[in-house]
Ligand binder design. Structure first.
Ligand SMILES: [Zn+2]
Length: 556
């Protein structure tokens, strides 16, 4: 450091200078810098050490990056943040274990923990554990590790529970309880409940689990932001937000604790579960007033089809695993979908439509085409969420119609969920899954997001990035490769986590890249993503995260 503090010169001064780094800015005008100066939460200069040190004063904090890579904070454009953090904090993770003794061990540990709660709620156990749960003695074995606490654990599919005797007692389930419509209370040869509860048979138990208090939810909201910051994330879009979620994040923002840019897709459509007409009216009419300075709620959500694992994704061709099954119905007809999007479009709301199957995806594009014709071509950008099975013919329509492809969750490499999908639709259809290279080549707007916590208990953007580059399982647990011809380079992947989602959140002028005038939202990594082996991307560690120039995770 040869530059001297320079307090006399007029012009911008730096509150903080980060120097001696490999700063990958994601800004085309100035892709790499050595140093960066921050003032008032914004970047005031980027460049060589000498250029940036010219802004140093006596009061400037100096941060030595030690030659590490610094990049813009990541943005997770599709996450179910509050509900996922509540589940993370308040359910015991069974990690889809298939071995009954392993499950009992986890329950025993959870029941021994004094967490101030009575119930132990756990999920999810693997499909093969069901065999032992059906055998005599399974309920007694669960009771023996429960210390008298009520225990309820969910099956992987979400369509069944295994509960202990204390939980059954509180729920009022005994030998005399009849099966409800659309459900079963599984009983043994003597007519006693076994603890297995199928579909609506589980409702008395799930209804008996005490709801988290408002204070507990507020704490989960706070924890969710700390969790994102720890992963290097400084922006998120909640894919289907309730009025309650908006209010918890607003309270954080008012307290200066929302250290993330936050966009909300309002659950306004009747296709969203938990649809309550009075709340919807408030959310839609007061969406601007409900938001704090780091929030916007200019998006709506519609569910059109389901998921491949249950064969409810709307495909053009029959499922290879059930060739005679009739095609699944979408939740809305083309006309209904067009009306719904047109209504939101006219109000300036960008609409995210959950569409997984190639038939559902085509329907969204057909609907947006009609909306553009009706409302004019310059309406808000709309979005296809997931878009896993888009056909080659529909790819060019994304850019033509200004429809964003929100690729999530990370199923573009082999894992237990994607391998199930492959079995369902057949290897031939799966050979063209997630055509990322073709979609980028067609000039479409694309983001890669987590959909936390639908496929994994942990959110890991670095593992997901690695999967986009290699199309292989970075953990090595699953063999094979999905559509390797669609792999893309890390240079192509980084915009999917930074500039592209920032633009989709209508925040491209505030965040997503490092440039003068933009918010100082940055992460320091333990490795330079551009120079390492692709498989090593998955183990990336975030050493420090800054939001508006404030250190919000780690140390530097
Ligand atoms: Zn989702």
């Amino acid at each position: 450091m040869t530059d001297r503090p320079n307090a006399a010169r007029p012009g911008p001064v730096a509150e903080t200078i980060l120097y001696n780094g490999v700063i990958r800015t994601m800004d085309a005008a100035n892709p790499v810098a050595e140093a960066l100066a921050v003032s008032g939460g914004r970047i005031v200069r980027l460049g060589t050490q000498t250029e940036v040190m010219a802004l140093r004063t006596e009061a400037t904090d100096l941060v030595d990056l030690g030659g590490r890579m610094l990049m813009p904070g990541l943005i997770d454009f599709h996450v179910h943040l509050l509900s996922s953090m509540i589940a993370r904090l308040h359910t015991t993770a069974l990690d889809t274990a298939d071995d009954f003794d392993t499950i009992l061990g986890k329950i025993e540990a959870a029941c021994a923990r004094q967490d101030g709660r009575d119930w132990v709620v756990a999920g999810a156990y693997g499909a093969r554990a069901l065999g032992r749960m059906r055998e005599p003695g399974a309920l007694a074995a669960l009771d023996a590790v429960s210390r008298g606490r009520p225990v309820a654990m969910q099956h992987l599919s979400g369509h069944g529970y295994f509960a202990n005797s204390a939980a059954l007692r509180i729920a009022g389930i005994d030998a005399a309880t009849p099966n409800p419509p659309d459900g079963e209370i599984v009983k043994d040869a003597a007519g006693q409940p076994t603890g297995l509860l199928i579909e609506s048979g589980a409702w008395p138990v799930t209804d008996a689990i005490p709801e988290l208090t408002a204070a507990g939810k507020a704490e989960a909201a706070r924890a969710s932001i700390a969790y994102l910051n720890s992963l290097g994330i400084t922006g998120f879009a909640d894919a289907s937000a309730s009025l309650e979620a908006l209010q918890f994040y607003r309270a954080l923002d008012d307290a200066g604790a929302l250290t993330c840019w936050a966009a909300f897709h309002l659950a306004l459509s009747p296709t969203c579960s938990g649809y309550a007409a009075d709340e919807v009216k408030v959310m839609r009419e007061q969406r601007r007033e409900l938001c704090g300075p780091h929030m916007n709620a200019d998006f709506a959500k519609i569910f059109l089809d389901g998921v491949p694992s249950l064969r409810t994704a709307a495909m053009l061709a029959p499922y290879a695993s059930a060739p005679d099954e009739p095609p699944v119905a979408t939740s809305l007809t083309l006309d209904e979908l067009t009306e719904a999007i047109a209504d939101f479009d006219g109000d300036g709301l960008g609409v995210k439509v959950h569409a997984v199957g190639d038939r559902a995806i085509r329907m969204v594009l057909d609907a947006v085409e009609q909306v553009r014709r009706r409302n004019g071509p310059d309406g808000p950008q709309h979005q296809i969420a997931h878009g896993q099975f888009i056909t080659a013919a529909d790819i060019p329509r994304l850019a033509e119609l200004n429809v964003l492809h929100d690729m999530c969750p990370p199923l573009w490499h082999p894992n237990s969920a994607s391998l199930t999908h492959e079995r369902m639709v057949g290897a031939e259809r799966y050979a063209t899954v997630w055509p990322v290279r073709d979609i980028l080549a067609a000039g479409a707007a694309v983001v890669a997001a987590s959909d936390w916590r639908t496929i994994a208990p942990d959110l890991d953007p670095w593992e997901a990035m690695c999967g986009l580059v290699t199309r292989r399982d970075p953990t090595g647990r699953h063999e094979g490769v999905h559509a390797p011809d669609q792999a893309v380079s890390i240079t192509e992947v980084l915009p999917l986590y930074t500039t592209n989602p920032a633009a989709a959140m209508r925040l491209g002028h505030r965040t997503g890249r490092l440039a003068p005038g933009l918010s100082a939202d940055m992460v320091m990594l333990d490795r330079d993503l551009m120079t390492i082996e692709p498989l090593a991307i998955a183990q990336t560690k975030v050493l420090a995260t800054w939001f508006e120039g404030r250190l919000v995770h780690g140390s530097a």
